[in-house]
Design a protein around this ligand. Sequence first.
Ligand code: TRH
Length: 406
Amino acid sequence: MCTCSYSRFENVQDMNSSGNLSWDVFCRVVDNYGDAAVSWRLARQLAVEYGFNVRLWVDSLRTLHALRPEVDSSANLQIVDGVRIQHWQTDADFQLDDGMEVADIAVDAFGGGLPPGYVAAMARRQPAPLWIILEYLSAESWVSSHHGLASPHPSLPIQRYFFFPGYGSSAGGLLCEAGLATRRDVFQRDAGLRSQFWRDIGFELPLPDATVISLFGYESVAVAKFLGIWSHGGGHIVVAVPESRLRPQVLAFLGEKSACNGDTFRRGNLEVRFVPFLSQDRYDHLLWACDWNFVRGEDSFVRAQWAARPLVWHIYPQEGHAHWPKLDAFLDRYCSGLDSAVIRAFHAIWHAWNGSQDMSLAVADWDFLQKNQQVLRTHALNWARITAAPGDLTANLVQFCKSKVK
Ligand code: TRH
């Protein structure tokens, strides 16, 4: 799993010998939570684990507050976890406060762009700072030939590079805090910790024979179909549904008009628990407490991989089904080493959940995967280890920038 914290202190000593780099992370929230989620994790890790001076410029404090409740959604400036969080309103009125300098490295999260006023200030600074475009995560093969590529600014003397999250040694890795695997393993081995987690969010620890599933996704016709499979299937299924865009489909399946956090509904072998939207750190505990995690977008998708439990990814839908190659590229990489029958059923469930598969097949596929639960869990743990081996995204980004900073 992620490199241990000791090796990072070596980097920091090394880094400090070349000066303590300063970072500006710019986050425009397009929609949902992922933009803020990724930007916050990166900023916090740079500050907490490397001791860097980090400013996070974010336009939606409300979104960040949902992920990290300690963030004040009304403050223009605050410091949380060592990160200086600046509310970034519009480009037009963006300006650095008196005495503020541009940072050594500006991270442009998901290519949202930097404010023109900031770019102009970058160009005036000698040596010019680095502009890093942090791209979206993909398992597709083309990433390795694009990762780390220079993208010179068309008119200004600014070094700009693409940095791609991804898998293997020719991509940037995935965000992963130091010690995450250890905390996960302690939690998953300790029924007392799991019991406390469920009680903290208003529920009892599910019975040992139950299959526990977390359900976080976008609107999907597949929700009712899967709930139907689970309510009529063999074995007790507990589904935890945090506040998200798929709750209306769950309510429609239950025939309920509304539900409050803490409510439980039962239909056949299915128990549905409505859980609150948790802080990012607590959401990890939900993922670690489940046997299956249905996740979406980018950051919850990564967290489910680190949870080392079987997962189903609801990919962010794109025009013209452009997202399918991205989904299948991950599936092909992830399923390597599994038995062909398991691979077929796993693909079928993923495609059904993402709305492309004949749902009538999914019942047999789900039952088959349930019979192979232990194989899938071992595989998921191995996947987490393989994925972590090339180092985490922040460690790789720090090393990349250290090699480019003049
Ligand atoms: O919210 P998302 O759909 O964000 C998406 C993706 O980032 C996508 O790449 C991007 O293009 C689009 O936004 C604009 O999914 P994601 O990335 O999983 O982010 C959700 C975050 O919310 C993640 O950090 C997990 C967190 N979360 C909690 O903190 N508590 C919760 O209770 C739940 C359900 C999620």
